[in-house]
Write a protein that binds this ligand. Structure first.
Ligand SMILES: [Zn+2]
Length: 318
């Protein structure tokens, strides 16, 4: 069975070469880049070997979230994004049948983000970008992002939404790994809500958004968002349909670590909106993603094929 993974990360070798020698890289040090996980140091060759062992044919590679750097000077973030995207581009040139790219972008400055996305899509052959759930606290209903959504829609670029720590859970509780294990899921439903209630999905009907980690608590929270829309005028300021009507406008990766949760996601958003996402090579990844999906007894073979490769092949024109 063919398998295409939209949620797979890279810690740039150009960063590692500098920081592991004790030097800084655009102001970043070895403490960043998640180098505590030895797999983040792997070369592209080791990546391909591991993909072979877990049965993944193609990764859509995104640079780790440590490299978002939305809180830096714009020029610094632009330089970081340039280097990261150039390295992912080289990987895709070395392994064109196995690797494709998602850009990292200087989202704190919409014109710079648009320029780098355009370079990535038109010159580097990337499929889109991975961006956070917010930019320095500004959520995606903020008007500053409107030109970016318009540009992404026109380019046909897919935007994978993926948090960076801290998440919304962190200020309440920074123990037990909860800022990641449930914080990611909390951030994702906030992002869905801001895109929908903010009117972004109405303004840009062809915008391709993929919510990582199965969209977090989005599906489970849709009924309550609908109730709020029905009974409260402030929930209807920008939208004339209930929020649940927008569920099938997004894509979702299958990274739920739960068969019943994945089944509920499919039944709620439609099988054509669910794609393979593993979070390679993080410790929170699906260890044997293809084996896991293939072994799920509540999914039909057609549903497994849709998730493992058919939906992404169509969505990304692979
Ligand atoms: Zn991830």
């Amino acid at each position: 069975m063919r398998a295409i993974d939209i949620h797979a990360h890279s810690t740039p070798q150009c960063f590692q070469r500098e920081v592991l020698q004790g030097r800084s890289w655009h102001g970043m040090t070895a403490a960043e880049g998640e180098l505590h996980n030895p797999r983040n140091a792997w070369t592209p060759e080791q990546r391909i070997e591991d993909m072979d062992s877990i049965g993944v044919d193609v990764q859509i590679v995104s640079t780790n979230v440590a490299f978002y750097k939305y809180d830096e000077e714009v020029a610094t973030t632009v330089a970081i994004a340039n280097d990261c995207n150039d390295e992912v581009h080289q990987m895709t040139m070395d392994y064109p049948d196995r690797l494709s790219g998602l850009a990292t972008l200087p989202m704190q400055d919409a014109p710079s983000a648009i320029a780098e996305l355009e370079r990535a899509v038109t010159q580097l052959g990337f499929k889109g970008a991975m961006i956070g759930d917010h930019v320095n606290g500004h959520t995606f209903d903020d008007p500053q992002f409107l030109p970016f959504w318009k540009a992404a829609e026109q380019m046909g670029a897919v935007l994978l939404i993926h948090q960076a720590l801290p998440t919304t859970v962190t200020p309440r509780l920074n123990r037990y790994h909860l800022p990641n294990s449930i914080g990611n899921l909390t951030d994702r439903v906030v992002t869905f809500a801001t895109f929908v209630f903010g009117g972004v999905m109405d303004a840009y009907p062809d915008l391709k958004i993929c919510l990582a980690h199965g969209g977090g608590y989005t599906c489970y929270g849709a009924g309550r968002m609908d109730r709020g829309w029905k009974v409260r005028p402030e929930a209807r300021v920008n939208i004339s349909q209930p929020p649940s009507a927008y569920l099938n406008r997004f894509y979702y990766d299958c990274l739920t670590h739960s068969e019943p949760a994945l089944r509920y996601l499919i039944d709620t958003v439609g099988i054509d909106r669910v794609v393979l996402g593993t979070d390679w090579p993080a410790d929170m990844m699906i260890d044997w993603p293809v084996g896991w999906v293939m072994g799920l007894s509540s999914l039909t073979l057609e549903e497994k094929e849709a998730i493992l490769w058919k939906n992404l092949e169509k969505m990304l024109n692979l």
